[in-house]
Design a protein. Structure first.
Ligand code: SF4
Length: 558
């Protein structure tokens, strides 16, 4: 009979996180029954949540910023990689001002807690944490994204961004009795949608099959979640849901202190060699940081977990360019929050051409959006895919619900609204407009959700020039080929920068009752984009979808 030997499922090392003190109020040590307890007031939980969500909407980790800065210095990075990295760094700088959040999708609030066995609260922690979420989304220029299920088919925005996803566990580790650890995330829809679970078999657990598996699944992630990504791959798991959860947390570098080797007792571990190999594999895709290049990922985390012999879950998740998370802890010394970077400008280089260009890159082509649609299409028709353009003039903004309503109008035999005939359409929905500014953070949303409308809309005389983020289906390439349309890719991620520098005027022109999903007309200046799908059947992203597993050597990474 083997000896009993307890191991944590994923053991972690000491917490090296740098923290800042939020307050010493609302926490005290009390004694009872000969033991010490840490008493935490509801206000401490509310305040910590407020500060944590505020910080992660505006500030990034220094490590993430350094990775963006490294792209600018890498001679193997493409010019488009560097352009995206520079935009994201500038965006971080604007967001750090504390007015415009770094992304217009300010996410679902996700909070997990581990409460030491001698921590006393009033017992309604979820409610006090939710109050902090409520307050911060009400008071800052954030966006409400949560849709209440009123019935199976009817939904309504809760206008508070609640409910949050809150999970509190007890922490029974020796030495943690007087400590309450919390972890805060604000997960946008685009990156949440790129969490995948694959129920595989032992057949995939060998180098060749695993590489071919990843080649297919990782390229399919595409760019809709605004790369460069922090990618996590989890192999195994005591359940499907556990594999997925570990993948999500690993993408935030939550398990970075896990052991780097396995063992017969069954604990999970980080596989550093596989991390380096997968990173190399993603560099070979050519997708790059959105418009071709090397930087599809900043880094990769691979967690290998124990599994039931008849199950082989594989989970994949990403943390996007809004890499929003922060650790926190409440101890007898006070309430502490992870120290994020307040001065991202120190990562910005002196801007020179050498950071943005390289041999063979075309000039930026200026597009006057005030010209008649036929002229705009004529100009775009002369440009090869991947051409960088600078947009100036009016754009109509419409996204999911507006598209659905316009489709209903067309189905009833009504005309395509004139605004979609005359103007290019930007798929987006803004965060709140700060006082005294023309626009709130206003980046693109995922284009793929609008794919099914394109052919019908173009045949009805609208949506000939579309602007958004991410890859599109073959149906869109075919529609643009048949109807003379174009899809321009906007950089996903730098929503604060777009609001501060490029969007000069915003007005609602249709469906005002839809809030951020209304139809808007905006005026843009020097709005950067890339030609992704043209009117001749070309699609930049289709080029990156070719299987390349057979070209990747299996073996130790160089
Ligand atoms: S950076 Fe992109 S994927 Fe991330 S929250 Fe913003 S829009 Fe969504």
């Amino acid at each position: 009979m083997p000896d009993f030997n307890y191991v944590d499922l994923i053991p972690t090392g000491p917490d090296e996180t740098p923290y800042r003190l939020i307050t010493t109020e609302g926490v005290r040590v009390v004694e009872a029954a000969g033991r010490k307890f840490l008493e935490v007031d509801p206000e401490a939980l509310r305040l910590l949540t407020f500060e944590a969500i505020k910080d992660i909407q505006h500030l990034l980790r220094p490590g993430h910023l350094q990775q963006l800065a490294n792209i600018l210095e890498d001679p193997e990075a493409s010019a488009n990689d560097r352009f995206v990295a520079m935009d994201l760094l500038k965006n971080a700088n604007v967001a750090a001002g504390g007015v415009l959040p770094m992304c217009q999708d300010t996410g679902t609030a996700i909070i997990s807690g581990k409460k030491g066995s001698h921590v006393l609260t009033t017992g309604q922690d979820e409610e006090h944490l939710s109050r902090g979420v409520f307050d911060v989304y009400q008071q800052l220029n954030l966006r409400y994204s949560q849709m209440a299920p009123v019935s199976m088919w009817e939904e309504r925005n809760t206008a508070t961004n609640l409910p949050a996803q809150i999970e509190i566990y007890s922490d029974t580790k020796p030495g943690h009795e007087l400590q309450y650890e919390l972890f805060f995330m604000a997960k946008g829809g685009g990156s949440a949608n790129k969490s995948y679970l694959f129920q595989e078999t032992k057949a995939v657990l060998n180098p060749k099959a695993f590489e071919a598996f990843l080649d297919d699944k990782l390229r399919a992630i595409g760019t809709a979640a605004c790369p460069p990504y922090h990618l996590a791959v989890v192999v195994g798991g005591t359940s499907a849901e556990y594999a997925l959860k570990v993948a999500k947390y690993a993408s935030t570098r939550y398990y970075d202190s896990a052991p780097v080797g396995g063992g017969a007792e069954g604990h999970g571990y980080r596989d550093l060699e596989m991390e380096a190999r997968i990173l190399k594999q993603t560099q070979e895709f050519g997708i790059g940081a959105q418009f071709g290049g090397k930087y599809f990922c900043h880094d990769v985390r691979v967690i290998r977990l124990p599994r039931h012999g008849a199950s082989a879950p594989i989970a994949i998740a990403v943390s996007c360019s809004a890499d929003r998370q922060a650790k926190a802890k409440i101890t007898p010394e006070g309430v502490f929050l992870e120290q994020l970077e307040h001065d991202p400008a120190r990562f910005l280089p002196d801007v020179t051409h050498e950071h943005l260009g390289d041999a063979g890159v075309q000039e930026v082509v200026t597009i006057d959006l005030a010209r008649p649609m036929s002229e705009i299409r004529e100009t775009l028709s002369t440009l090869p895919i991947k051409t960088r353009v600078s947009l100036n003039g009016p754009l109509v903004v419409a996204r999911d619900i507006a598209h659905s309503r316009i489709k209903d109008m067309l189905d009833r035999g009504e005309q395509m609204p004139q605004y979609l005939q005359d103007h290019a359409v930007y798929y987006a929905g803004p965060a709140k407009t700060p006082e005294g500014m023309a626009s709130g953070s206003f980046g693109p949303t995922t284009a793929g959700r609008m794919d099914s409308y394109v052919d019908q809309f173009q045949k009805a005389g609208g949506s000939f020039v579309m602007l958004a983020k991410g890859n599109r289906s073959q149906a869109v390439t075919d529609a643009c080929d048949a109807n003379g349309g174009f899809y321009l890719g906007s950089i996903g991620g730098p929503a604060a920068l777009l609001a501060a520098d490029c969007i000069k005027k915003v007005e609602v022109i249709d469906f005002p009752e839809l809030g951020m999903e209304a139809v808007w007309k905006i005026e843009v200046e020097n709005f950067p984009a890339f030609v992704v799908v043209d009117d001749k059947g070309n699609d930049f992203f289709a080029e990156t979808m070719r299987p390349i597993a057979n070209r990747i050597p299996v073996g130790a990474p160089k």
